[in-house]
Ligand binder design. Structure first.
Ligand code: BGC
Length: 764
């Protein structure tokens, strides 16, 4: 048998282990153990299938039309299916006795393992080890391997896979001897080609019998204790990527086979190692937090594709069908910071998706009678709004969904993300070619959307803010504040680019018909927008009239299995102060610098008991803000709540895929909350509030081409930062000492009785 010795990562802390088999949890397990590489995502279904399986492979950006409900994720053919038959007994978890069954998601190596020992009704014991991966080194490559041991018998082992052979045109003959399949998803052609090798103890069969129309088959007589291994290399291309996907898939398969199975797996493992080097957060002292952050990082890495500027990440990434694969503000507000600071090319691609769908946003604005760009609340491949029009309420009634029309803050959220990316990366080329146009067009939308009163104040009326329990409200604090940010940043970005006399920008500016007058009008509008802030109480009213609503005891009902919106019913909910998710508190997370700490404190204390956390996005931001406010016990409670959304399925809906926004929010709670990172114009600042039990927190991040390694100790308090690459930057402690740091050096600041000591340079 050819040599292939990979096994699960030795440090079991990196393994997410699901012991046994529990049909009730199967869909949830399939979601959380998904493997993905941003181009493809594959749920962790068992290869032989079962009544409980919901197998699916998704390709980013590939949707099928679904009548009035709009597009939903296309499900690709199940390339993983393998049936194992011992003599005439098909192995499955059901008949016979399962002696061992375990799935291990190897977060470190990006591999899903499965160990299974099954005794069939005739008493034969077969041991199986499966491996599957979606290569991070080559996103068109999938790999599967299955080792089978006849533990206590000799006899015939048969294997069958399920990929129908290609139907190739004569010009595509090169792939004719390979198994594969070609399908059409709406306008898109999808080609999957596969090559298999079965290794026995003394020889190898290159290819199975493909006489059956659907897949390959092998049979082998094994002696007692012998082992077989089936290795499969699979390539996937679509007509979104290349002109002739079948031809390219089969050519690519040839070259992958030439490289050899072990080399392909190794390249993938190396690619994951590099991503972990750029993104791993270490938490010393809190294994649970450590595990949750690894899990979050794993799925965030597996969701993005830095080389595709026409796709974004859906609310559940490539891990499940909930929300039909649609893209929301979750990407820009909750996930994007992770990519900005650990993988800027991925962040850039995600923003380019918004640039490439700007026409659709312009169309939407126009359709509602506004100028500029109003982005889709839910978006798929074209960028047109695909929010469903209706949904079925828990009591069976059909209710109208108004978010597609009214949840407009997404336009400003995208502008916010563009600007954050620019500040952290200094990617002027992106700003000139794409980012500034997004800022301008979204600012234009707000300029046409807001209404001035006689008193000179500007209002944005009849919107839905992040708190979707209250629809069609006036002057939602979140919407107004983020729109204000959008207008201000659009104005000052345009002024900056103008000052730089950049020739390319002059062309864009002319094409957009920008004038100084328009730019000044944005500033005027930004200053006039109602903020809802009351200096007497420091409170920001979530929307006009919120403070007059009925008090309900949200905190008391939090543990209940019936969510508060169902308990109260839509009418009462609307009249109450119960809110779905971070709204004013999200402003604290995103725009901290705009208000003094006392304002954040007052609003957090006011809104926290009234928040039902009916969205998975919410707890992460509450953890972040609680940490910044120094309420570490509450920060920990919310951190754990966010951490368990998928890992303990604490919202009961992980079966539809992992909650990508919540995973991004958890990452932000650690980096922006516990470490207190602020990305600034000339460098970074930290404001550590490590959570209880965290002895140290260590993480890398990128700032304008420099790689920084941050190490924060709790006791004695100390921050150490090593700087790699690039020119000088400013290292600071929030409201504390700062220093100019040079590449190749390390800097340390130690905690003092009150505050922090001056930074000291430690050299190499
Ligand atoms: C939340 C939205 C979110 C969406 C997708 C909804 O329940 O209220 O804020 O964008 O889910 O995650």
């Amino acid at each position: 048998m050819n040599d292939f010795s990979l096994s699960p990562y030795a440090d079991t802390e990196w393994l997410l282990i699901e012991e046994g088999a529990d049909s009730a949890r199967e869909h949830e397990i399939e979601s959380i153990l998904t493997i993905g590489n941003g181009y493809l995502g594959i749920r962790a279904s068992i290869a032989e299938g079962s009544r409980f399986s919901h197998a699916a492979t998704f390709a980013a950006g590939l949707y099928v039309k679904d009548g009035a409900l709009g597009p939903r994720f296309a499900v690709l053919p199940d390339w993983l299916q393998v049936e194992v038959t011992i003599e005439d007994q098909r192995l499955s978890l059901e008949p016979g006795r399962t002696l061992e069954h375990r799935r291990l998601l190897d977060l470190r190596q990006g591999i899903l393992w499965r160990d299974w020992r099954q005794q069939d009704p005739s008493g034969r014991i077969t041991g199986l080890r499966f491996l599957q991966l979606a290569s991070l080194a080559d996103r068109h490559l999938l790999v599967q391997s299955l080792a089978i041991t006849a533990e206590n018998y000799a006899g015939k082992i048969s294997l069958a896979t399920r990929l129908t052979p290609f139907h190739l045109s004569p010009a595509d003959k090169a792939g004719a001897d390979r198994a594969g399949t070609l399908m059409r998803v709406s306008q898109t052609e999808v080609a999957i080609a596969s090559a298999s090798e079965l290794h026995g103890p003394s020889s190898t069969m290159r290819q199975g019998n493909t006489t059956k129309p659907n897949g390959e088959q092998w049979s082998w007589e094994v002696s007692l204790g012998e082992r077989l291994r089936l290795d499969r290399i699979v390539t996937v291309f679509t007509s979104r990527d290349v002109v002739r996907p079948a031809r390219v898939a089969s050519d690519h398969l040839e070259s992958m086979c030439a490289r050899g199975f072990s080399a392909l797996v190794q390249a993938h493992v190396d690619a994951w190692r590099r991503r972990w080097e750029a993104a791993e957060i270490q938490i010393v002292g809190d294994d649970k937090a450590q595990r949750a952050l690894r899990f979050a990082t794993y799925h965030l890495v597996g969701a993005a594709n830095p080389v595709d500027e026409h796709v974004s990440i859906g609310a559940r990434g490539l891990t499940g069908e909930a929300y039909r694969g649609h893209v929301f503000w979750d990407t820009e507000i909750y996930m994007l910071p992770f990519y900005v600071l650990t993988d800027p090319p991925a962040a850039r691609s995600l923003l380019m998706y918004r640039y490439n769908t700007l026409e659709a946003a312009r169309r939407k604005a126009k359709a509602y009678g506004y100028n500029g760009a109003l982005y889709a609340w839910e978006s798929a491949d074209t960028g047109d709004d695909v929010t469903p029009q209706t949904s079925v309420a828990p009591d069976g009634r059909l209710v109208a969904i108004r978010t597609g029309e009214r949840e407009q803050h997404i336009s400003a959220d995208i502008a916010y993300a563009v600007w954050q990316y620019w500040r952290a990366t200094g990617d002027d080329a992106f700003m000139v070619a794409a980012g500034a146009e997004i800022l301008v067009e979204t600012a234009r939308f707000w300029a046409s959307r807001a209404e001035f009163d006689h008193d000179g104040r500007a209002h944005i009326r009849q919107v839905i803010g992040p708190d979707e329990y209250h629809e069609l409200v006036d002057d939602n604090a979140y919407t107004n504040a983020i729109a204000k940010f959008n207008l201000e940043r659009a104005a000052d970005t345009v002024a900056t680019l103008e000052r730089q006399q950049n020739g390319d920008w002059q062309l864009v500016s002319r094409r957009l018909g920008l004038t100084k007058k328009e730019r000044f009008s944005w500033q005027g509008l930004a200053a006039a927008l109602i903020t809802g802030f009351d200096p007497a109480t420091n409170l920001i009213e979530q929307f006009s009239g919120f403070f007059q609503l009925e008090e309900v005891d949200v905190a008391a009902q939090r543990g209940s299995v019936i969510p508060i919106d169902v308990q109260l019913g839509p009418e009462r909910l609307r009249q109450s102060k119960a809110i779905k998710q971070a709204d004013v508190v999200a402003l604290s997370a995103l725009l901290w610098e705009q208000w003094p700490a006392a304002v954040h404190e007052a609003n957090f204390r006011y809104y926290e008991p009234r928040t039902a956390h009916g969205s998975s996005l919410s707890p992460g931001f509450y953890a972040l803000v609680a940490a910044r406010l120094g309420d570490l016990a509450l920060a920990q409670t919310y951190f754990r709540q966010a951490a368990e959304i998928d890992l303990s399925d604490n919202m009961g809906n992980a079966s539809g895929g992992v909650h990508m926004g919540a995973l991004g929010g958890l990452w932000q709670a650690a980096v922006f909350g516990a470490a207190g990172l602020r990305v600034q114009e000339n460098g970074i600042a930290l404001d550590p509030h490590l959570l209880p039990g965290w002895v140290a927190m260590v993480f890398p991040l990128q700032w304008r081409g420099r790689l920084l390694h941050v190490h924060i100790d709790a006791e004695p308090r100390q921050i150490e930062i090593a700087v790699e690459g690039g020119g000088n930057l400013n290292l600071a402690i929030f409201e504390g000492p700062s220093c100019l740091a040079h590449a190749g050096r390390r800097y340390v600041s130690r905690g003092e009785q009150s505050g922090w000591g001056q930074w000291q340079e430690l050299g190499q």
